[in-house]
Design a protein around this ligand. Structure first.
Ligand code: OXD
Ligand code: MN
Length: 603
């Protein structure tokens, strides 16, 4: 790896150089290396990591794949140590931890000081989005972690082209990352939206350390998006082609562990052979109003950083094939033959757990439940070439969803954009104790953005409303729940590939080809509106899946109103009014005597 020649003396370059110099001086880095993203650079980096045990080789049947083991105290995002630093606390909102920027910088200066003594500071220029897209944004991450460089190389368009664009004057986000001994007491992930700057110390884990992802593409980008009139969302992006050749693009936001990757990589079920479902993105979508009055979306990322456990040829064949090569596994177990192993994988047995200890079930799962794969998106057999379209793809529908055992029906459609924003604001998910089937705690996670929105949620919802008001052809908004259970705690819907049946109804609705039934919470299909051919779901289960219980919903809306009140006075009045009206209607319905106390669309 060689350093690039020194930049020409214009102000932009000087600024950039001064910044890198100041970080190198503060951290006392021994040397500074620009990354160019070339194969030679990767080989050199990889060989050095293999030499030092930072990467472990995997058998040759997994070409170009490696295992990395994190420090056991550093295996997940740390929401309680993640801050938005704005001069006014109100701008960050109750949905974020806040620190005054001056105080934050002085704390971080102390923590960064001397952390790279004897170490190399890597300069990682990257693009979020296809290089030729007007929606694309740039960043530079400074880091002393080779694992971060290796991951950024996969997750972003990293290297020479991004560097050239930045040197030519493109604005960029400044990211500073130091491992800092991985001390949880000295760990902070801080965002300075007014400075386009991120400073992260004390963690080498994905979302804390790969600054292009959650930090840049969601927290900083959501702030920029509000100022510039677009949306930076925690959404998958998927292309669906019907046998008649109709092509639709759908964006969907679900909280963690609700099947975003599975939906993005959906394999059409038996009977849907003429359909094609292709992936554009599994985690983040940047969405812009187009001149044609529609919303257009790009996936700013170039790779997947997905949860490994549960991935199998049965649950997600596309993901399974995607990670067969060129994959960095983080914190999975190994078999006696040295093959990667995780819970949910069919076949094989763990011999060594994710910490490198002989496997002992007493120590918990063999693979860490948050173990990850990092892999280029292009490895996905269902990768959509439209992922590289500079203008993005036009959205037919936006989906919100969560994991609700008893409450939300399989699918419902928002009445209009404002109601859709309300539906997004109501996103929530339950934890379930799988062994007992007991229903757990509800976590409210509006638009699945709770850990990722870089500003006050009240302002965020107002921004969503404003975007919608300007659209001549807004996508329709739906809510889905693949996780509805019967009173015995059994799932009523098979999920996975069969979800295409629900998407089919959704898309037909968008093309005005299906009717729906009005309920207070939105429009629902009748059982006969869903294509259930060849599916062994009982009529009773379907009725249950499409049932809206006004009593439960009245309680839900009350709980939601209490939650929204936390964001007053910035909650848009439209949402408050909607909440109040819906609450009245549901309460009235819930008080109706016997027969009317449960309303389902076919009753
Ligand atoms: C992720 C997350 O890792 O949302 O994508 O937690
Ligand atoms: Mn995510």
């Amino acid at each position: 790896m060689k350093a690039f020649s020194s930049p020409s003396p214009d102000a932009h370059r000087r600024d950039l150089e001064d910044w890198i110099d100041s970080v190198a001086r503060l951290t006392e880095a021994t040397d500074v290396r620009w990354c160019d993203g070339s194969p030679e650079e990767w080989r050199e980096l990889r060989d050095a990591m293999l030499r030092d045990g930072e990467l472990l080789p995997l058998p040759p049947d997994r070409p170009e794949s490696y295992l990395h083991r994190s420090h056991p105290n550093d295996v997940a995002r740390v929401e309680h140590l993640t801050y938005i630093c704005t001069s006014s606390r109100d701008d960050a909102g109750p949905n974020n931890n806040w620190m005054d920027p001056k105080e934050a910088h002085s704390k971080l200066d102390g923590l960064f000081r001397g952390t790279m003594r004897g170490r190399t500071l890597y300069v990682v220029p990257y693009a979020m989005g296809p290089l030729s897209s007007p929606a694309t944004r740039f960043g530079i991450e400074l880091t002393d972690s080779r694992y971060v460089v290796a991951n950024m190389r996969v997750m972003t368009r990293m290297g020479r082209a991004a560097r050239d664009a930045i040197l030519a004057g493109a604005p960029y986000v400044r990211g500073e990352h130091a491992l800092g001994g991985l001390d949880p007491e000295r760990r902070f992930i801080m965002h300075f939206p007014r400075e386009n700057r991120i400073r992260s110390i004390g963690s080498g884990y994905g979302g804390n350390a790969l600054l292009g992802k959650k930090c840049h593409a969601l927290r900083i980008a959501s702030w920029q998006a509000r100022e510039e009139g677009w949306l930076a969302e925690h959404m998958l992006l998927v292309e669906i082609r019907s046998p008649e050749g109709r092509v639709d693009y759908v964006a969907a936001a679900f909280p963690s562990a609700c099947g975003k990757t599975n939906l993005a990589m959906l394999q059409p079920p038996v009977g849907y052979e003429g359909w094609s479902v292709r992936t554009l993105g599994d985690d983040i979508a940047w969405i812009h109003p187009g001149a044609d009055g529609r919303l257009w979306a790009i996936n700013p990322e170039a790779g997947y950083f997905g949860v490994v456990p549960g991935t199998s040829a049965k649950t997600n064949p596309n993901a399974f094939r995607t990670i067969a090569r060129e994959t960095i596994f983080t914190n999975v177990a190994l078999t006696a033959e040295g093959e990667p192993w995780w819970e949910g994988l069919e076949g094989g047995r763990p011999a060594v757990d994710w910490q490198g200890r002989p496997y002992d079930p007493q120590n918990g799962p063999a693979a860490h439940p948050n173990s990850r794969f990092t892999v280029p998106a292009r490895n996905n057999p269902a990768w959509s070439p439209h992922s590289d379209d500079p203008q993005g793809v036009p959205l037919t529908a936006i989906l919100f969803g969560g994991r609700r055992a008893r409450l939300a029906p399989l699918v419902y459609e928002a009445h209009d954009w404002v109601h859709g924003v309300f539906v997004g604001a109501s996103v929530s998910s339950e934890t379930t104790a799988a062994a007992t089937g007991a229903v757990g705690v509800v976590r409210r996670d509006p638009m699945a953005m709770l850990p990722f929105c870089g500003y006050h949620f009240g302002d965020y919802w107002a921004h969503w409303l404003k975007i919608g008001r300007a659209l001549a052809h807004p996508p329709r908004i739906f809510h889905v729940n693949w996780f509805r259970q019967n009173p015995q705690g059994e799932y009523l819907w098979p999920g996975f590939g069969e979800n295409l049946r629900v998407l089919r109804w959704i898309l037909d609705r968008c093309h005005n080809q299906r009717t729906a039934v009005e309920t207070p919470i939105g429009k629902l299909p009748r059982p006969e509106d869903l294509d259930l051919k060849g599916l062994s779901v009982s009529e009773e289960a379907v009725r249950e899946l499409l049932c809206v219980d006004p009593g439960l919903w009245a309680e839900e809306i009350e709980d939601l109103a209490t939650y929204l009140n936390r964001y007053r006075p910035r909650v848009p009045v439209e949402l408050q009014d909607l909440c109040a009206r819906l609450s009245d209607t549901l309460r009235q319905q819930a008080r109706m005597p016997s027969a009317g106390s449960r309303s389902s669309p076919d009753s």
